[in-house]
Design a protein around this ligand. Structure first.
Ligand code: GRG
Length: 307
């Protein structure tokens, strides 16, 4: 099925996918400046926040929002506050996830984790500040009242009680238990997938996409989220510490359930391919009725997930 769609679109998608690279070269610096700008005053809380934002990751979530806007040929700047908000939430989640009470990691992104560089109380408070500031940032004048309300609800739902926090809780509760695949998928949908879903929905809202398109974009987020997690599990198993910026085999040593531990290496790789194909299909479905949609911005994200 996917092959048929790709044939239809042949010539439209660049062979070498450069769209996301271009978007990054134009907006990465602006994003990084905007992320740091509220925290310039000199105090311990800001120092701790700046530490985690400066040792930055891939900024996947902000660029998912920008990619949707680019695909619809909209101004990228309208996605900035929605993008800042999700990166603040993501950064808080990593700071808290590294704490001894959670995943107990001394390193993140190749440097000391926040609580090791500072102390636990400071790390907890930096996470709390980022979590709450994310919602403040969504109240920007750039958005109408209706859009502010919708973005706030989307972010609360995806990051909180029914989303990432629930996923993290289920994950912690499942340690030392043998999960079935269905239970593992539920954890990942909540723990990592929900924030990806926020990104695609926020992009779709700001681009004024139709309901039908939004459904396809949510499907992309779901498949991309699962593919991302399978890829993460495989990396954990196959890649060195240096390449990932943290210790190897962390999940196994905590007795966690992963795709390779449940399915075996080959099946896990096959599951990754299947999810990537379904994500592609979801995006290409939009092209079938919207000829000026530019799928390459989203398809490029799947290139991150090579093993
Ligand atoms: C503390 C409530 C709470 C939740 C934490 C996201 C999370 C939940 C924990 C992180 C654990 C983990 C390693 C999950 C696997 C997938 C993932 C989210 C990886 C990190 O995201 P990337 O790859 O990181 O986008 P960078 O460093 O690029 O920002």
């Amino acid at each position: 099925m996917i092959v048929g769609k790709l044939k239809i679109l042949k010539g439209k998608i660049p062979v070498k996918m450069e769209a996301l690279k271009t978007l990054r070269s134009q907006y990465e610096e602006k994003l990084q400046i905007a992320l740091l700008s509220p925290f310039s005053a000199n105090n311990l809380l800001n120092e701790s926040i700046r530490y985690s934002l400066t040792h930055a990751g891939k900024h996947l979530r902000p660029f998912l929002i920008f990619a949707v806007l680019a695909a619809y040929d909209k101004e990228i700047e309208i996605g900035l506050n929605a993008a800042l908000a999700v990166e603040y939430i993501h950064t808080y989640s990593l700071i808290h996830d590294d704490l001894p009470a959670m995943d107990n990691d001394d390193y993140r992104r190749g440097v000391l984790s926040n609580h090791k560089q500072f102390d636990e109380a400071t790390a907890i408070l930096a996470g709390d500040a980022l979590l709450t500031y994310a919602f403040e940032v969504l109240q920007a004048d750039a958005y109408t009242f209706e859009k502010k309300a919708k973005l706030t609800a989307l972010l609360a739902r995806s990051s909180g009680y029914e989303g990432m926090v629930l996923g993290q809780t289920l994950d912690i509760c499942s340690e030392e238990q043998n999960l079935c695949l269905e239970a593992l998928v539920k954890i990942h949908r909540k723990k990592t997938g929900a924030l990806f879903s926020y990104c695609l929905q926020a992009g779709s809202l700001l681009a004024d996409a139709t309901r039908e398109d939004t459904r396809h974009l949510i499907a992309f987020a779901e498949h991309f989220g699962l593919a991302y997690q399978i890829h993460n599990d495989l990396q954990e198993l196959l890649w060195s510490d240096d390449a990932r910026g943290k210790k190897q085999h962390g999940d196994q040593s905590l007795g966690k359930n992963t795709y390779p531990s449940l399915l075996g290496l080959q099946e896990a790789k096959a599951a990754l391919t299947e999810q990537k194909n379904s994500a592609k299909e979801a995006v290409l479905a939009i092209c079938e009725h919207k000829s000026d949609f530019k799928p390459e911005y989203l398809l490029d994200f799947l290139d991150y997930l090579a093993i």
